[in-house]
Each structure stands twice: as structure tokens, then as C-alpha cells.
Ligand binder design. Structure first.
Ligand SMILES: [Zn+2]
Length: 294
């Protein structure tokens, strides 16, 4: 039997820190298992605000581009991944009513076919079997997250097509495409209930008050990766993004013990596959491992 081709996983994210807040425990688990994980970050996060009061000090916001690069470097060490920047400029979160127009030249305003080219190149050179990105709503409606979805889906399919982007390397058909569903309503409900039960303030109470049930959306989850043992690694990677993550804020309001007991997995939606796999799955590489017939 020929030796198993090394497993490779590519995550495409909008900003530095997204790789540590979405699917990061799965990342750490796969890295521990020997999978080669590559993160692609579409923008430099230049328009992110300083969201951690401890970092709101002189020298930070003025140098946010360099600061966020250094934070990303620390996070990728912690997660054990390699990473590339696509080099686009953060579109920022449009605030106001009506919302202001997006800034000239930002990622969200790029033509999808043009913005996909550098990603096609990376897919063809890294040759991942599995690619992840956001759902069509962006996971949350930041213009860069929606654009990340558009660009990733375009590049995933175009990378396999020899007629598309002929100067961007040898065609590569990745076998599976997933969307992240990390912050789903059933998870928020389960964690909220557990927090109330032990008498702690739930960071989800406010969100849940207006979060309309959408069972059809929740049913889109096909894959739950059991990665609770790696929640600590995820948290350390998140904390490396010091300008974005307040250690006393939302991200750390739920004790790890509660998370591990109530929801010890990260959730994904398999949207495209050319290998046989049985749903629901517990592994992004289901159907691709030696002896699985894939
Ligand atoms: Zn983001």
C-alpha cells in the first residue's frame, strides 16, 4: 500500500485573530496529530480598534499594522501553524445610520475574481485536502467576512480548473470544503443554561434575547470535531491578539470546565466533498484517511 499522503488543512480567515476564535481548538488538535495546518489571512486587520483596555495606550493604535503582525506571529507559534497574508486592506466595521461607504481600496470592494487569484496560488502550492471558510453570511456580517466567504469559495473551485488562473500554478482539487459554525444558537443556549445553573452571569443572555430560532440554519451543521482538550491552546492563541481580546471580557467569561462539559467540540458544515463520507461526521478528514476508502 502506498504511504499515506500527509494530511493538509487550510483555513481562510478575514483578519488576524479570526484563526484563534473560530476552529482554533480543532486546529491545535490536528497539529498535535501531525496534520500540516496553514492559515491564510486576507487582510492585515489595519482598521481594527483596540478592544482591550489594557492595550489602549500610546504607540499601539499608531502602529496597529505592525502590532497586529507581531500578535499574529505569536498566535501562529502557539497554534503550531504556518500562515500567509493575502495582503488586502481591512474594510473596517461600518458604524452609523446610514452606514458610511466602505473605504476606497479595501478588501470588501475588491473584485472577487481578482482577489481570488493569490488564494488560488496558495491552494495550488499548499495542496490542502480540506479547506475551511465562513458561511455566506460571513458568520457575522462584517464586510470582510462576507468577502472572505466569496473569495474562498471562488478560489476553492477555480484552483481545480486548469482553464482558470493558468499562471497561478498547477491545478489542485481540494477534497472537502467546510464552513465554520462555531457560534451557533444551540451552543449559546446550552452554555447559557449551564451558566445560570451554577449561578454565573452568562455572556450569552443578551444575545439570546433577540436571537430568533432558525432550526434550518442549525441543521446545516454536519461535523462536530471533539477538540475540548485543546480549548486551553485556543485561549492562549486568542490572548496573543492582545489588542483585540480583553482577558476580562466576553471570550473568557465561561469557565473552561463548563465549555468542556457542555459543548466539547467545534462545529462545521461540509458544503462540498469529492470523497465518500457518512454524515454526521466527527473529523474534517473523514473519508480521507488511510483505510477509510477515500
Ligand atoms: Zn474578523
Amino acid at each position: 500500500m502506498p504511504p499515506q499522503e500527509p494530511l493538509r488543512l487550510m483555513h481562510v480567515h478575514a483578519h488576524p485573530d479570526d484563526e484563534s476564535s473560530k476552529g482554533a481548538a480543532s486546529t491545535a488538535m490536528y497539529v498535535a496529530e501531525g496534520v500540516d495546518v496553514h492559515v491564510v489571512t486576507c487582510t492585515g486587520g489595519e482598521r481594527g480598534s483596540v478592544l482591550n483596555p489594557n492595550m489602549d495606550r500610546p504607540g499601539i493604535l499608531e502602529n496597529i499594522h505592525e502590532v497586529r503582525r507581531a500578535e499574529m506571529e505569536a498566535a501562529r507559534e502557539i497554534l503550531g501553524v504556518t500562515q500567509d497574508w493575502l495582503g488586502f486592506i481591512d474594510s473596517g466595521w461600518p458604524e452609523g445610520d446610514p452606514k458610511p461607504p466602505l473605504p476606497d481600496g479595501c478588501f470588501a470592494l475588491q473584485d472577487v475574481a481578482v482577489a481570488a487569484e493569490p488564494l488560488v496560488r496558495l491552494i495550488r502550492s499548499f495542496r490542502p485536502q480540506v479547506v475551511t471558510t465562513y458561511d455566506e453570511r460571513g458568520g457575522y456580517p462584517h464586510p470582510d467576512h462576507i468577502q472572505c466567504h466569496n473569495v474562498s469559495v471562488e478560489a476553492f473551485h477555480a484552483a481545480a480548473d486548469p482553464e482558470r488562473y493558468p499562471d497561478a500554478g498547477e491545478p489542485w482539487q481540494a477534497s472537502k470544503l467546510y464552513f465554520h459554525h462555531t457560534f451557533n444558537r444551540p451552543r449559546a443556549i446550552a452554555i447559557n443554561e449551564a451558566m445560570v445553573e451554577i449561578g454565573l452571569e452568562s455572556p450569552y443572555a443578551e444575545r439570546l434575547a433577540t436571537w430568533q430560532p432558525d432550526p434550518a440554519w442549525d441543521d446545516r451543521i454536519t461535523t462536530r470535531v471533539p477538540c475540548g482538550d485543546y480549548f486551553e491552546v485556543r485561549d492562549r492563541a486568542l490572548l496573543a491578539h492582545a489588542t483585540q481580546i480583553d482577558p476580562d471580557g466576553f471570550w473568557f467569561a465561561v469557565p473552561l470546565e463548563v465549555q468542556k462539559r457542555v459543548w466539547p467540540h467545534e462545529d462545521f458544515e461540509l458544503v462540498w466533498s469529492d470523497v465518500e463520507t457518512e454524515l454526521p461526521e466527527t473529523d474534517l478528514f473523514a473519508g480521507l484517511r488511510e483505510g477509510s476508502g477515500g
